[in-house]
Design a protein around this ligand. Structure first.
Ligand SMILES: CC(C)(COP(=O)(O)OP(=O)(O)OC[C@H]1O[C@@H](n2cnc3c(N)ncnc32)[C@H](O)[C@@H]1OP(=O)(O)O)[C@@H](O)C(=O)NCCC(=O)NCCS
Length: 239
């Protein structure tokens, strides 16, 4: 799925099952020596994927350790993102010369628990999700909105070290093109100038899994900030 969602210069690797006997570096092993089996499996398989992506990118295999707030620490000049959910693990990696940041997120294609959407969505987003739920069945639009916001956070945090709340990003969804745009809104805190304030990405819903992916190019045209503005489609126009 990821290769279709990201530019070809982003190396990706995915798994839908956990291989037996995944190799971990000792410093990784020590992080999960007391973890429950589910955590061991997702941790190990996603790092197995990371090593494949490193190979595809032409960088030496290395441990992927968590930094501040869990952010994955990549080799110098490499940017990337990892995700895991039931039945899916994925990694996207790129050279810093090509992309300043990458953010990916996977979620089961199933509705959020009651009340969660209302706590993560802005009013326009709530309206759009309700519209799409009615018009385009087969996609858990509420969960997709959640996933996109997680992908935005994963692309934002490594650049800025700044936390975001779910209502700090306004997301516009395009159902037909399977794309999205997100814009960070000025909230309680000033947004760090170290990160972009707009994000464009692609999403997919296949085999029971939703995947959202963003790669922020190193060289963005000056007008990108305007053209990336979220498109909140008017009621009645389902795209
Ligand atoms: C960190 C967070 C995004 C992880 O997402 P998740 O859906 O719970 O889990 P996923 O399996 O998709 O991703 C886990 C991976 O994210 C990566 N990750 C963790 N913290 C991260 C951070 N601060 N920045 C970037 N990536 C991070 C790690 O690689 C982790 O894998 P690992 O634990 O095996 O190393 C989520 O737990 C979180 O804190 N969300 C709240 C912040 C947020 O999203 N706000 C919305 C802003 S609009």
């Amino acid at each position: 799925m990821l290769t279709k969602l990201l530019p070809s210069t982003v190396a990706t690797a995915e798994a839908t099952a956990d291989p037996a006997d995944v190799f971990l570096f000792p410093e990784e092993e020590s992080l999960i020596s007391n973890a429950v089996p589910k955590r061991r499996q997702e941790f190990g398989t996603v790092r197995w994927c990371a090593r494949q992506a490193m190979g595809a990118l032409g960088v030496a295999p290395a441990a992927v350790l968590p930094g501040r707030r869990g952010v994955p620490q990549w080799a110098p000049s490499v940017v990337g993102s990892m995700t895991h959910c039931a039945g899916y693990r994925g990694v996207a990696l790129a050279h810093e010369r090509d992309f300043v940041s990458v953010g990916i997120d996977a979620e089961p294609n199933a509705p959020l628990r009651p009340g969660v959407l209302e706590s993560i969505a802005l009013p326009q987003e709530l309206h759009r999700v309700r519209e799409l739920e009615w018009a385009v069945p087969g996609v858990a639009w509420d969960r997709l909105l959640f996933s996109i916001k997680e992908a935005v956070y994963k692309a934002w945090f490594p650049l800025t070290g700044q936390e975001l709340t779910f209502t700090d990003a306004l997301v516009g969804l395009d159902a037909a093109q399977e794309t999205f745009h997100a814009r960070l809104l000025p909230g309680r805190d000033e947004l760090s100038p170290a990160g972009p304030t707009t994000f464009s990405g692609r999403w997919s819903a296949r085999d029971g899994v939703l995947v959202s992916a963003i790669a922020v190019p190193a060289h963005r045209p000056a007008e990108a900030a305007h053209s990336d503005a979220p498109r909140m489609c008017a009621a009645g126009s389902i795209r």
